[in-house]
Design a protein around this ligand. Structure first.
Ligand code: MG
Length: 171
């Protein structure tokens, strides 16, 4: 059985993962409307990844005999100045998510809940990747600035991103 404190923290994290999914879908829709199909594709895949993160926590809580409680998802922003602006917002958001994961980890450590710690290890690694991806794209957009050819080529690069369901989803 899982403690109430960890159950509450994981339920809050499920809500945060769905909020992240909603944020990235909003970004995708914004850039779709702006004719930036590659950026829109990148964020649509990010939307799918965040839903998978929520599902991994849902599966875990159910496996531990906990109770998943779904709460309202807060509104998300709906427009961004540029792809650079959106990727900066992405990095800032992912840093907050990392802090949330670390906080649950600290609770699990205090409670000697080794199973939760083990499940969270996947998310710790995932967050390193999420922050690195956003940082690399910020660097690329900063590098090309207003150069039209650069913007076009980077959009093509982002259009090639495909969704792969994380292995942790099937565990
Ligand atoms: Mg996530």
């Amino acid at each position: 059985m899982i403690s109430n404190k960890i159950q509450d923290a994981i339920n809050a994290q499920i809500n945060a993962e769905f909020w992240s999914a909603y944020l990235y879908l909003s970004m995708s829709m914004h850039f779709e409307a702006e004719g930036r199909q590659g950026v829109a594709n990148w964020f649509k895949i990010q939307f799918q990844e965040e839903q998978a993160h929520a599902q991994i926590f849902i599966n875990y809580l159910n496996q531990r005999g906990g109770r998943v409680v779904l709460k309202a998802i807060d509104a998300v922003p709906t427009s961004w100045e540029s792809p650079l602006d959106a990727f900066k917002a992405t990095l800032e958001h992912e840093q907050k998510v990392t802090a949330m994961i670390n906080n649950i980890y600290a609770i699990a450590e205090a409670e000697n809940d080794y199973a939760t710690r083990d499940r969270l290890n996947w998310f710790v690694t995932e967050q390193v990747e999420e922050e690195d991806n956003a940082r690399q794209l910020i660097d690329k957009y900063a590098m090309i600035g207003d150069n039209g050819m650069g913007q076009y080529m980077l959009d093509q690069e982002l259009a090639a991103r495909v969704y792969n369901a994380p292995a942790a989803l099937g565990e």
